[in-house]
Write a protein that binds this ligand. Sequence first.
Ligand code: GLN
Length: 500
Amino acid sequence: MEQTLKAEGHPKGLYLLFATEMWERFSYYGMRAVLVLFLTKAMLMDKAFASKFYGGYTSLIYLTPLIGGYISDRYWGNRRSILVGGILMAVGQFILFAAGSAYGTPLGQGLLYLGLGGMIIGNGFFKPNISSMVGTLYTSTDKRRDAAYTIFYMGINLGSFIGNTITSLIGDTGRPEDFRWAFLACGIAMVLGTGLFQWGKNKYLHTPEGEQVGNTPISSPGVKGVFAILPVMLALALGFLWLDTTTLPVIMPLLILSALGIAALILLDKSLTAGDRQRVYVIFTVAFFVVFFWAAFEQAPASLTFFADEQMDRTIFNYTLPASIFQNLNAFFIVTCAPLMALLWTALGKRGQEPPSPMKMAIGLALLALGYLVMCFGVNDLQPGVKVSMFFLVGLYFLHSIGELCLSPIGLSLVNKLAPLKFSSLLMAVWFLANAAANYLAGFMSSLYPEAGKPAPQLFGYEITDLYSFFMVFVFAGAVASLILFLVNRKLVKMMNAPA
Ligand code: GLN
């Protein structure tokens, strides 16, 4: 990552993808930042239901890229997929704007589902394709590739920061009718991002030799017929979301079955060598631990926002900050700390002390647990009516962001590096599935947020009586996961380096 600071002469296409993804993340994170507050304050859902709804929505957001990635590889190519995805997401946001204008009515309710459905399907086409296009601008041996992805990660977080700030200020005002302005801003951001991509794609998206990238694959059996799958995907996504939140938890079994199916497909392949197989096991193991990280981390737009809204003193210089704005501390710390972390790894590397990837990920999990421990200090012995200082939440977001830098980019590049070429996309799908499961669990965990006057939620017999016992669950889960990963680190490193 040190190269990022020094890198010069990246292709202009990288900056086109950077800006496109920046606007898209503005839209995704901007909307998500105010979603649970919109659900509880305008749509009048209770916190537990809104949490599960949030978890169902975000897990489907990570599930559809499996389909979007496949369709792009076989039929559409990256460019068409990004365009279709971008349009669907923009339409989804505008429908949410309409839902926000009709909140409190059955029409508003229907529009809410439809808008989120547009986002789920659109993201499935947009996100995997924009990410993989970054790599296509370079030759496979180009040393600037890693730096390119780091710059791209900056674009993601810059977009998230700007989007979250704007939607919090214009949407989370305390007046339920204002949430719609957040969705409108996100729709406009999506139009800007997609428009920019359309404008620049022919000029800037090519290989170093000048060959256009991301066009329809030569072997594509057809383009138009695939559009028929969109309404089917929409119906399925909305069906799953509705069923899962109201009657029967269907999403988690679906995710587990998908993961088992992919595992069987890969491990039954006879052409894999024993070494390949060892590396595939490492990817699955690491993906499993990543679930714990994101499930706790993604409390940010859910239980941690409920906490900021109700239990935290948000006044600064006589101005009360919106509860949802605190989430953007994550993007802020990522953008400011990523270069420092890169310097740290390089400095350690020079002394031969850079930790191996699984160890870095274990450190990430430990920081996650530490973040929640800070919160436990803040809420310990909290007297009724007393509000907690925002210092504790700022501390949590700082620790979580450093943890993210230890775990997320490192895990991603580990998957890229270890996956046998033949299964690189499928193993990327495993990474997305881990995120989907984690987001689902994040919603479930947030639904256990304790509320005064309601019976204490239970988790495997453990009673969550107050905020202290709630945050303690994450301290415990993060610490145990971190410890196990520390212990198996050496074994994993051996398996990663197993001879072919
Ligand atoms: N914040 C990053 C992004 O939006 C990574 C998120 C994740 O992997 N859960 O792309």
